[in-house]
Design a protein around this ligand. Structure first.
Ligand code: NAD
Ligand code: FES
Length: 279
């Protein structure tokens, strides 16, 4: 069993849990994900890693209840435990294996949207710990949905924007990208993680701007094992599986329209809940 050492809420419908999982904490890298199971019969839920502490042996996950299982998961409290906590899975972010001196020369922009802010955090933190200070944009619908602001401020140059202008900048993340570039900022790499529609529009913009862009296709995963086929996507004309080949891919090569159609089709947990109800 994997004990929840701390459970709290980051925003109205966004939950954070620090889990005692020393083996995962020892090996995980930014960009990877884990799978949790609430109990023996529970379904497998793939979730991105928000933070890890190798010394304490803990892994932090952040999630938004969107279906039956994550709604059940949100009821868990400090002291409760997961039946299973498997990982790390998927490929680490590409910069983890890059030559550090080359990496230090790069001007990197992170674009984090909504709950997608959580998996961006270990990436900016890792870079900060390796002497690279990146710029990061956090975008949220409204002030109350901005998460991890303090944590980000400690490890990068942060720009916060809200769709309704209730906090800091006003507008979507793409507006802030345009503003920063107009102000004279230059970037070699952009890492965009958030809702599919956000990643699609960030990619359209960065393609115009000539900025190499990485996206995380985590949202289309279902079982996270390479078995169900739900996370199949086309990248540069080739078939890939988000959970095995990714979750991160060159965003300019991803067929977002196809991936979004597949996401609608499987609707991950909702789809499985319906199937379960029919059993
Ligand atoms: P949201 O709808 O509040 O959007 C977050 C931000 O994305 C917005 O504030 C805006 O700045 C930007 N955005 C949205 N639509 C845009 C558009 N058309 N053009 C430009 N920018 C746009 O996000 P949310 O409700 O917190 O997101 C939940 C989604 O995040 C879920 O669908 C989940 O699958 C996804 N998610 C993705 C990852 C990942 O790895 N990619 C990880 C966790 C969650
Ligand atoms: Fe099932 Fe990738 S999530 S094959």
């Amino acid at each position: 069993m994997y004990k929840i050492l701390k459970a709290d809420k980051l925003a109205a419908n966004i939950y954070r849990m620090v889990v005692d999982a020393p083996r995962v904490a020892k090996h995980c890298q930014p960009g990877q994900f884990i799978i949790v199971k609430l109990d023996e019969k529970g379904e497998r839920i793939p979730l991105t890693i928000c933070d890890y502490d190798r010394e304490k042996g803990t892994v932090t996950i952040v999630f938004q209840p969107i279906g039956e299982s994550t709604t059940e998961m949100a009821q868990l409290q400090t002291g409760d435990a997961f039946e299973d906590f498997v990982g790390p899975l998927g490929q680490p972010s590409e910069f983890v294996t890059e030559d550090l001196e080359e990496l230090k020369k790069k001007r990197i922009l992170f674009v984090a949207g909504g709950v997608g802010t959580a998996p961006v955090y270990p990436q900016v933190k890792w870079l900060h710990e390796h002497g690279v200070t990146a710029d990061a944009i956090i975008g949220a619908k409204t002030k109350d949905l901005v998460i991890l602001e303090k944590e980000f401020e400690e490890v990068c140059n942060l720009y916060v924007t809200t769709d309704d202008g209730s906090y800091k900048r006003k507008g979507m993340v793409t507006q802030t990208i345009k503003d920063l570039v107009e102000e004279g900022k230059q970037y070699d790499v952009c890492v965009a993680i958030g809702p599919m529609i956000m990643m699609k529009f960030v990619c359209l913009l960065t393609k115009e701007l000539g900025i190499h862009t990485i996206v995380s296709m985590n949202p289309i995963m279902v079982d996270g094992t390479g078995m169900c086929g739900a996370c199949r996507l086309t990248v540069g004309g080739e078939v890939k599986f988000a959970c095995v080949d990714g979750p991160e891919f060159d965003g300019h090569l991803v067929d977002f329209d196809q991936a979004m159609k597949r996401q609608q089709m499987y609707k991950t947990e909702e789809g499985r809940a319906v199937l379960k109800a029919k059993e």
